[in-house]
Ligand binder design. Structure first.
Ligand SMILES: *Cc1c(COP(=O)(O)O)cnc(C)c1O
Length: 405
């Protein structure tokens, strides 16, 4: 067994077949480049799906991991720890939040948010204040509660019976929302930019209207910023581009820069409705994850990196537009910052995955966001030359794509 060298076919033999990974197996990374088992190099425009916000092996993150790795990894919740308290303070100092709950993933952060909102509704004394409004095409994770809150039935229907009381409304439709919200609603959950659902940016007026109606009906407004947070759109959190503030914010993905961690942020008033024993997790807030996240947070929460996102975003948009003048594949580029979606023209409908696969052949990793959209979520500090080189390779993929038809 010691000289066993894994290959891609082993995935099909060993793994529960819920993923269809690309052929190459990356074995190491540096910045925005990856190398596979044959030492072939790739440009990484995926960044672990908006996770590796500082690229691979950022020296400051590596150093935080090594330092904490030699001090203390895990304690469980009978003790608190310094890295968790330091990270909580940073999150509180730089957002609306006054209380933090740490967990290990995005789904767990949303699970905590929805459970908190249910409890707040129950405690309110208002009969049946347990309804949740969510939106079509939303994605909130894969636990049974969060997959039920998500707005793509294909991800939940095989696991019925599902948690009850969740309604899905069309996104960006304030009239539909007005018609649906009542005093029985305890929570409204939405992504400021729907990521998995196709890079759909929430309209400002929609968010503003939802905020006002949530106040009016005393519903907890949850912003799922798991994909949009930690600098992805050029602000620390996307809500900070606006004057609209949620009651609960969930964050994960880039929070640990590649080390698993998630968090639910909220106010004192709401947070204190959870009491000792109400909720928990073994690993949540462990010193190792929090030490790495603390270092990542300080780096990302700086004008150099946040302003750099907007600059890099424009380089991507200009580059893709130029390619599109040549190949005429996309009808729209949308999103914000370094969360960008390229929407295929009707004649190429449902073929985003083919383009992504051709990209791998040409040495560039990209993503889909539904069958019609090629998505880019690269490192927030991707060097300009990697953007140009990656887009050149992506152009080769587009050339193959249009020529093969
Ligand atoms: C990725 C994602 C999640 C789920 O996060 P996990 O860490 O995979 O559980 C939830 N919401 C949004 C918006 C996401 O992008």
């Amino acid at each position: 067994m010691n000289n066993y060298s894994p290959c891609r076919q082993d995935f099909d033999q060993f793994m529960v077949p819920i993923y269809a990974p690309a052929q190459p197996i990356p074995v190491r990374g540096q910045g925005s480049r990856l190398w596979d088992q044959n030492d072939r190099e790739y440009i990484d425009f995926v960044g672990g799906i908006a996770v590796n916000a500082l690229g691979h092996l950022h020296p400051i993150a590596v150093n935080a991991l090594l330092e904490q790795g030699q001090k203390l990894w895990h304690l469980a919740n009978g003790f608190t720890n310094e890295p968790a308290l330091k990270l909580a303070k940073k999150l509180i100092d730089h957002t609306f939040a006054e209380k933090v709950f740490f967990c290990n993933s995005g789904a767990e952060a949303n699970e905590a948010a929805l459970k908190l909102a249910r409890k707040v509704g129950l405690q309110s004394g208002h009969a049946n204040k347990n309804k949740i409004i969510a939106f079509k095409n939303a994605f909130h994770g894969r636990t049974l509660f969060t997959v039920s809150a998500g707005g793509q039935p294909k991800y939940s229907q095989d696991f019925a019976p599902l948690p009850e009381g969740i309604t899905h409304l069309p996104f960006n439709d304030l009239d539909a929302f007005k018609a649906a919200i009542t005093d029985e609603v305890c929570a409204v959950i939405l992504e400021p930019i729907q990521g998995e659902g196709g890079i759909i940016v929430a309209d400002h007026d929609f968010l503003k209207g939802v905020r006002e109606l949530c106040h009016q009906h005393k519903a907890v407004l949850i912003f799922d910023e798991i994909q949009t947070g930690m600098g992805r759109t050029g602000a620390l959190y996307a809500y900070q581009h606006t004057s609209i503030v949620p009651d609960v914010l969930t964050t994960a993905k880039a929070l640990g820069g590649g080390f698993p961690i998630g968090a639910m942020l909220t106010t004192t008033e709401l947070g204190q409705q959870f009491v000792v024993g109400d909720h928990g997790t073994t690993y949540g807030g462990n010193p190792l994850a929090c030490a790495v996240a603390g270092a990542v947070f300080d780096l990302i929460n700086s004008p150099e990196i946040l302003d750099g996102v907007t600059i890099r975003s424009q380089l991507f948009i200009d580059g893709i537009q130029k390619l599109n003048e040549q190949y005429s594949v996309f009808k729209e580029i949308r999103g914000k910052g370094l969360l960008l979606g390229c929407v295929l023209k009707e004649e190429y409908a449902n073929r985003a995955k083919e383009i992504v696969n051709l990209g791998v052949d040409e040495g560039v990793f990209s993503l889909i966001a539904g069958p019609n959209i090629v998505r880019f979520t690269p490192s927030l500090i991707i060097p300009e030359e990697d953007i140009y080189e990656g887009l050149t390779r992506f152009g080769c993929a587009l050339a193959c794509f249009v020529n093969q038809k």
